[in-house]
Design a binder for this molecule. Structure first.
Ligand code: ZN
Length: 189
């Protein structure tokens, strides 16, 4: 049984597919990207109010690859970020956290309690896990996540790391921290 909203999505997809024109193949795209360093990966939150394509004005001339998870947390995205480096060799990773984020309201203790009710048999592993709570400021969580990227052996040291804060109340995006993976400040900032 397909719920109403998904039925509507499938109907809209039918319309979409009628005028869809496929882009380059993965191998064509990856080959074009590799070596240029032009690729940008944006890690942000799953919050449906936060639309990275709109916030960043992305279109056919200005593309970026998106990674999204609860809070836009690095520990949860490291596999994807590492894999993307091997495919398109992006020169920049942007970590975007936002105000009024679910992870600032639903802390690990609350999430663990809820998950333990769903899966009591997994209570030990739930208790031992981190779920990405943000207990301080957004600037702090962004810096924390850039530090994780810098410390990761899977992230190339030449990657430019940009930490950003998005104010969901105003639409304003600001750079919190910018550095190379080795801690150097980029000359352009
Ligand atoms: Zn969020």
């Amino acid at each position: 049984m397909i719920p109403g909203p998904v039925k509507e999505m499938l109907a809209r997809n039918s319309t979409f597919a009628q005028t869809y024109r496929a882009g380059p193949s993965l191998m064509q795209m990856a080959t074009a990207m590799r070596g240029t360093g032009a690729g940008v990966v944006v890690l942000s939150c799953s919050d449906p109010r936060l639309n990275p394509y709109q916030i960043l004005g992305l279109d056919q001339t200005l593309k970026a690859t998106m990674v999204r998870n609860a809070g836009g947390r690095v520990f949860d995205a490291i596999r994807t970020l590492a894999v993307l480096q091997t495919i398109g060799a992006p020169g920049t990773i942007v970590v975007m956290h936002h105000t009024d984020c679910g992870m600032t309201h639903f802390h690990d203790a609350t999430i663990k309690k809820a998950l333990t009710e769903i899966a009591p048999e997994a209570s030990q592993s739930i208790e031992a896990s981190s779920f990405g709570e943000i207990t301080g400021s957004i600037e702090e969580s962004v810096r924390e996540d850039l530090a994780l990227l810098k410390a990761s052996p899977l992230i190339k040291k030449s990657t430019l790391l940009l930490g950003m804060k998005y104010e969901i109340e105003t639409g304003v995006l600001t750079v919190v921290e910018a550095s190379g993976a080795e801690g150097s400040q980029p000359a352009s900032l």
